[in-house]
Ligand binder design. Structure first.
Ligand SMILES: Cc1cc2nc3c(=O)[nH]c(=O)nc-3n(C[C@H](O)[C@H](O)[C@H](O)COP(=O)(O)OP(=O)(O)OC[C@H]3O[C@@H](n4cnc5c(N)ncnc54)[C@H](O)[C@@H]3O)c2cc1C
Length: 494
């Protein structure tokens, strides 16, 4: 299956393969069908495309040479970390080079005094925390894919995770990047100090989805491990009540280290998979983790417990020990693969809404799900208002994938309609191009294209991703909703 919503005309230049073989060892240039197959998609497997060639450099100089070559020949380049992205950001182009950073897997330097570490972009997220654990430190952003995803991919997507509610997204946890420009120049953004003068290019590069430069080194901030972490698991008989409890906790001035919600289909799937002792009859559960100094955590646990009960929780369990705390998280962390066991395929959406809208939006998602005939399981970062509806479908049933995409689009447009955004942490990639037309007007998209052109005038870095053309938006049908002001009638305003 080849589904590429990319508006570029193809212009294959096979000579790039010969030239790459002059720059890299033979084993680092892959061009046979069998060699290309593992790279044909990322975590959004509904979109597949084999690249013209895969290049696997292992030095910064090689990345520079590849970029100079591609710039001269005008060949597009798609960077790839671990390929766990869920929006098709690393989807290859049929006439492009797929530039894998997999061999950039070294931790270059750990600086415990400065609480920072310099790492290559292909280092796995979890490997950073493992490497600094003996210093009593860790790297806070923890995507559920952290066992596999790369820090370069995390930066390119501005990834989040359970602990981002308290500790911030990737952008808040990095100090400096080294990048290679589309012309092959090496440059740095950010600094090892807390602030650096000039335009904030570090923030601009974070979340730029491989469109502005190739990340070849990341300096991350490290945090001291908290003295104590304690988790509570609350059951609810309605998703509205669970949603309201989230708003109550944050409204009371408590910022948990993690505050996650799962609805009944997700609870059942996770329980069947990892036996976390979840209440399978609950309409929703909240898992709330509090961390910090011992005394502070003890007080907050009591406060959160009361808030949960006052908000209508039917049961609140406090983990008796670390083993139970980890069991609470086991089901949440395994929820995506757990849902993968109960449905041939699932489509993971990622939208963000104001927390007070959690209940009404989850109810509306249930209605949209019933209308489309496709089941939806919800498991998400409730404290951030970051929804992850998992739409269950079977790609072998004709038309079902399209139906899933339609439902996903309607859910994202619902998020915008209530004042939210079309992505919380998974990026836009190829998946959410149409919904970007809903969120941004033509003046805003024009500014984004201007920034892209300043870094990449020939449009060679990951073209066709993340920012839709105005032409595409016009074809999609002027559905722009600005700052939650509903301009089209299909969706209710909450
Ligand atoms: C089971 C599962 C759970 C997940 N949970 C979460 C979660 O909790 N939170 C979350 O935020 N995400 C989550 N994700 C999504 C995904 O893991 C993240 O987006 C992750 O950051 C992608 O990293 P990667 O190394 O796999 O990047 P890839 O998928 O390889 O690439 C992602 C994007 O980054 C670009 N890119 C990669 N490396 C570079 C580089 N060195 N220079 C420039 N551009 C680059 C690519 O071109 C692409 O646009 C999950 C995915 C799965 C499969």
């Amino acid at each position: 299956m080849s589904r590429i919503p990319d508006e570029r005309p193809l212009n294959p230049k096979p000579e790039v393969i010969t030239e790459l073989r002059r720059l890299l060892p033979a084993a680092s240039v892959l061009a046979t069908e069998a060699e290309l197959a593992p790279y044909e998609c990322d975590g959004l497997s509904a979109f597949q495309q084999r690249p013209l060639v895969v290049a696997l450099p292992e030095t910064v100089e090689q990345v520079q040479q590849i970029m100079r070559l591609c710039h001269r020949l005008e060949v597009p380049v798609v960077a790839r970390g671990a390929g766990t992205g869920l929006s098709g950001g690393a989807l290859p182009l049929a006439d492009g080079v797929l530039l894998s950073l997999a061999k950039f897997n070294r931790i270059i330097d750990i600086d415990p005094a400065n609480r920072s570490a310099k790492v290559q972009p292909g280092v796995r997220n979890l490997a950073i925390s493992e490497a600094v654990a003996s210093h009593g430190l860790y790297y806070a952003p923890d995507p559920s894919s952290q066992i596999a995803c790369s820090i370069g991919g995390n930066v390119a997507e501005n990834s989040g995770g359970v602990h981002c509610l308290k500790y911030g997204l990737t952008v808040h946890n990095i100090l400096k990047l080294k990048l290679v420009s589309v012309e092959g120049e090496l440059f740095e953004v950010g600094s090892e100090a807390l602030d650096s003068p000039g335009l904030d290019l570090l923030a601009l590069m974070t979340g730029s989805e491989g469109m502005l430069g190739i990340i070849v080194e990341v300096t991350v901030k490290l945090l001291p491990k908290p003295e104590r972490a304690q988790a509570l698991l609350a059951s609810f008989d309605s998703v509205e009540r669970a949603g309201a409890a989230v708003a109550e906790i944050i409204g009371a001035g408590i910022i948990p280290a993690g505050l996650e919600m799962m609805d009944n289909p997700a609870i059942r799937a996770a329980e069947a998979f990892v036996h976390a002792d979840y209440p399978v009859d609950a309409a929703a559960i909240l898992i709330c983790e509090l961390d910090g100094f011992n005394a502070e955590v003890s007080v907050d646990v009591m406060r959160v417990r009361k808030l949960l009960l006052d908000a209508g929780a039917t049961d609140v369990r406090t983990a008796a020990d670390d083993a139970e705390r980890l069991r609470f998280w086991k089901g949440r962390k395994a929820a995506f693969p757990a849902v993968g066991r109960i449905s041939p395929d699932y489509y993971c959406m990622d939208g963000t809404i104001p927390r007070r809208q959690l209940g009404p939006v989850l109810n509306r998602i249930a209605e949209l799900s019933a209308e489309s005939g496709l089941a939806v399981a919800n498991v998400f970062h409730a404290g951030d208002g970051n929804l992850h509806p998992l739409i269950l479908y079977d790609a072998n049933n004709p038309g079902e994938l399209e139906k899933a995409e339609e439902l996903g689009g309607a859910i994202l447009e619902l998020c915008v309609a209530v004042g939210g955004t079309v992505t919380g942490e998974h990026g836009v990639g190829v998946e959410k191009l149409n919904q970007m037309c809903v969120q941004f007007n033509s003046a805003e998209l024009t500014q984004m294209h201007a920034v892209k052109a300043a870094f990449d005038p020939k449009g060679l870095l990951n073209p066709g991703k993340a920012v839709p053309t105005l032409h595409r938006c016009a074809e999609f049908g002027a559905m722009h909703v600005h700052h939650g002001e509903l301009k089209f009638p299909e969706l209710p305003r909450f």
